[in-house]
Design a protein around this ligand. Structure first.
Ligand code: AMP
Length: 415
């Protein structure tokens, strides 16, 4: 073991795992394409204030978990802990609302939170997320949920349950909070310090407390849905109806509030029953006033993000290797044939490796099989012919070898 290790809460993905990562990312991109979502890329760090004013000062993310630093000019910057705030900032900065009413965006990238590391919880993790900006329509909420489910099904992940709740809107939020406070008042002294502070500053956030000493006090909580306004009721019902029409069975989780303050109305998580305590692989919700609160035009929106690392633990797809050609020669004088044949194959998008060492035929075939090559080509000592080994073997003039391999080897798919 060397002197240096990955920092706590971070992981290396070695080449045996990266093909799975790429498959997940490619599948996500493919599904997003079906719904006409386009990629957006924003910086990994932003001004700290963007996150404090959007995610909320009482959230764990802002109050405990941000990687914040001063740059050389004394400006406070933060490694992004999530994607939505930066996308809202970008939407406003580039006046995207002027380029169309409805924007369907997705992003892929690392996020940073100073959390207590455990299985499925890291300090650097990668989120893939979508943002559907410009419409208050409950059909959009249903659509992003359906898109997430379709993605996980495509990856062969079953047993995913969407858990849904509503967190109301600015009109009914005071009623929700008042009822919550009435219910918790008598047990307040038994709750943790964070919950006691949040009781005054942000009561809904109490439901997000993960401490085992607090959770039992929330079990008989009055259902938020009894406190929401008619418009929020109608919105929630319509989301459920759209999902039902599409055959999606949901669980209502009345205590689900999510860890970010900008959500209103729909809040949801896609939960796996195969993942222990960190069982939420995807979280999202509606955020109708985030963009206007950050200084942009009124732009209702809904989105989700899922964690790549949690998904990697669930996907069990055997990734078929890309067929590869191995090229070797029996004496070093003919190495230039190996070199040039390998390059010609790559020009035809066929994966190829060649070896400098002049070995015996058996030596080459052993190396080829160790490298999982689908086909091996050994240049003969005359330099005029080569033997191709696949299921059988055939010796061909050098002039015919390229065409033969192209005919018998599938091209590597473009990413
Ligand atoms: P959030 O941004 O908190 O709504 O989380 C959305 C998704 O990101 C979660 O469902 C997880 O899959 C993933 N995620 C959030 N925090 C972490 C973390 N610390 N480590 C790994 N994945 C995470």
């Amino acid at each position: 073991m060397g002197t240096y290790q990955t920092p706590r809460g971070t992981v290396d993905y070695l080449p045996d795992k990266t093909p799975l990562w790429q498959t997940i990312e490619r599948t996500a991109r493919h599904i997003f394409e079906l719904y006409n979502y386009q990629e957006i890329k924003t910086p990994i760090f932003e001004s700290t204030e963007l996150f404090t004013s959007s995610i909320g000062g009482d959230t764990d993310i802002v109050s405990k978990e941000m990687y914040t630093f001063l740059d050389k000019k004394g400006r406070s910057l933060t490694l992004r802990p999530e994607g939505t705030a930066a996308i809202a900032r970008s939407y406003i900065q580039h006046a995207l609302h002027r380029k169309g009413k409805h924007h369907l965006l997705f992003y892929v990238g690392p996020m940073f939170r100073y959390e207590r590391p455990q299985a499925g919880r890291f300090r650097q993790f990668t989120q893939i997320g979508v943002e559907n900006i410009g419409s208050p329509d409950p059909a959009c909420d249903a659509e992003v949920i359906i898109m997430g489910i379709q993605l996980f099904k495509t990856l062969g992940i079953h047993g995913i349950v969407p858990q849904l709740n509503t967190v109301g809107c600015p009109i009914c939020r005071p009623v929700i909070e008042e009822r919550l406070k009435q219910f918790l008042e008598s047990s307040l002294r038994a709750l943790c310090g964070d919950c006691q502070t949040r009781f005054d500053t942000n009561p809904l956030r109490i439901l997000d407390c993960k401490k085992s000493s607090c959770i039992p006090y929330f079990s008989a909580m009055p259902d938020i849905r009894q406190s929401i306004c008619q418009a929020c009721h109608d919105h929630f019902d319509q989301v459920l109806t759209y999902l039902d029409t599409h055959g999606v069975t949901v669980e209502i989780n009345p205590n689900l509030v999510r860890g970010l303050d900008y959500y209103n109305r729909t809040a949801f998580e896609l939960v796996s029953n195969h993942l222990g305590s960190q069982n939420a692989i995807c979280g999202g919700g509606r955020y109708d006033s985030l963009i206007s609160r950050l200084g942009g035009p009124s732009s209702p929106a809904v989105g989700f993000a899922f964690g790549m690392e949690r998904l990697m633990a669930l996907v069990d797809t055997a990734i078929p290797p890309v067929p590869m050609v191995y090229i070797g020669c029996l004496d070093d004088d003919h190495y230039s044939y190996c070199f040039s044949l390998a390059h010609q194959l790559r020009d035809h998008r066929i994966k190829a490796i060649h070896h400098r060492d002049a070995l015996s035929i058996n030596g080459h075939l052993k190396r080829a099989s160790k490298s999982n090559a689908a086909l091996s080509v050994i240049i003969q000592p005359d330099g005029q012919s080569a033997t191709v080994y696949a299921s059988g073997q055939i010796t061909l003039p050098m002039t015919d070898v390229l065409a033969h391999i192209i005919e018998h080897t599938p091209q590597t798919p473009m990413m």
